[in-house]
Write a protein of this length. Structure first.
Length: 399
């Protein structure tokens, strides 16, 4: 094995030091001695096998491979980024990606603990088993931030919310526009098909998009059992739903559920540019020069934050070409009719594959245009400078 360069040694040492408490717990140290900041982690199948409960899992859709075309303006798969550390898969994986199974599993004596990040108020859930291990699935994992609520529960100082039975569908950042539409609405639709919505747990307070989207689908938000994320939850018999967020079948299920039967293909002609001028980050620095080019080609400029959710859906259902910088507004391609075009303006230093994956899963033509990114503490706050001739070249091909 080759030796690490000396310059990398401090980073390597720091990484191992940070892992030491977690490794100690894995080797049998009582989590209480470390303030409940770390837990033994285990996957769903490992837990079910260990407890002899493999029978308690129902597979609704098996693991499989999904195939997708390259972005329309990318010549080869090798030209796509292979950096997938932040997302669990890379742009280069999308043309042939393993789609995880969709399943339901019953977990006895389950405990759920939560915390929110102090800056963006992102929601993080953790699912603890009766033995105190962290049962981990995609976007549900124990983190040191759970220690405060977990410790209070262990010491009998927390007011625990108790349910005899419940169904859990929530993942990290459920309140985020993109996460709600792609990770959570598909679960509700699948459960509705099984007449199993009645035991679903939802937070006491929901965003307008959460409520409006459910009402558009004919789901009454008042039907759900409610919990307070400021307090832990205990459930005697918990049904856990696990899905692949970008399973093409789930994405198409959402689009079909919102489909407007009165819409005709002849009406799908709008060209929409989503502007981030009013946003805190990922604004286009040369938008003043870009906009006349788009306007001459028949685009309309839209600020998604100015539209109620039903208006966003209606707009997308008549959109043939959607152009936007990377951001939650692009998630609304979910409502665009098949065979439309999506043009993403993206920071090559933050090669998020999610919108590429979403577009191709929906049968949309995806175009990737790299932009020059500015400086910011977080990649999602970097402003972008686009190559206007490059945008024109792509739009010329779309027509």
């Amino acid at each position: 094995m080759p030796l690490k360069p000396l310059a990398d040694l401090p980073h390597s040492v720091l990484w191992h030091l940070r892992r030491m408490p977690e490794r100690a717990v894995e080797r049998g140290v009582d989590p209480a001695l470390l303030g409940w900041r770390w837990r033994v982690r285990e996957g769903l199948d490992s837990y079910l096998a260990r407890t002899g409960r493999s029978w308690a899992k129902t597979v609704l859709a098996p693991e499989r491979t999904a195939f997708a075309p390259l972005p329309r303006n990318v010549p080869s798969r090798e030209a796509l980024s292979d950096d997938g550390a932040l997302w669990g898969y890379a742009m280069r994986d999308v043309p042939e990606r393993r789609v995880a199974e969709t399943c339901l599993a019953r977990i006895p004596e389950a405990r759920l603990v939560f915390f929110h990040t102090p800056d963006k108020r992102d929601f993080f859930p953790a699912l603890l088993t009766a033995e105190g291990t962290s049962l981990e699935t995609r976007e549900i994992a124990h983190r040191p931030g759970h220690a405060l609520q977990a410790a209070a529960t262990e010491r009998g100082m927390a007011r625990v919310q108790h349910f005899d039975e419940a169904t859990w569908v929530l993942e990290r950042a459920y309140h985020n526009h993109s996460h709600w539409l792609t990770a959570h609405l598909p679960k509700l639709l699948l459960l509705r098909e099984r007449n199993s919505l009645g035991t679903v747990l939802m937070p006491r307070e929901m965003t307008p998009v959460m409520e409006q989207s459910m009402r558009l689908l004919g789901i009454d938000p008042a039907m759900f059992r409610r919990f307070d994320p400021a307090r832990p939850v205990e459930v005697d018999d918990l049904t856990l739903m696990v899905t692949d967020r970008f399973d093409p079948a789930h994405m198409r299920r959402v689009r079909n559920a919102f489909a407007d039967p009165a819409r005709h293909m002849a009406a799908v002609s709008r060209k929409v540019f989503i502007s981030r001028e009013k946003s805190r980050g990922r604004r286009i620095t040369n938008e003043a020069a870009l906009w006349p080019v788009l306007e001459r080609r028949g685009f309309e400029k839209v600020f998604m934050e100015d539209l109620a959710f039903p208006e966003q859906v209606a707009l997308m259902q008549h959109t043939r070409v959607l152009l936007a910088p990377h951001g939650a507004g692009l998630t609304n391609m979910l409502f665009c009719p098949e065979a439309g075009h999506v043009v993403e303006l993206a920071d090559p230093g933050f090669p998020n594959p999610n919108f590429y994956n979403l577009a191709t899963g929906l049968g949309l033509h995806y175009w990737l245009l790299h932009a020059q990114a500015g400086a910011a503490a977080h990649p999602l706050d970097r402003d972008l400078t686009v190559d206007i001739p490059g945008v024109e070249a792509v739009l010329d091909q779309i027509g």
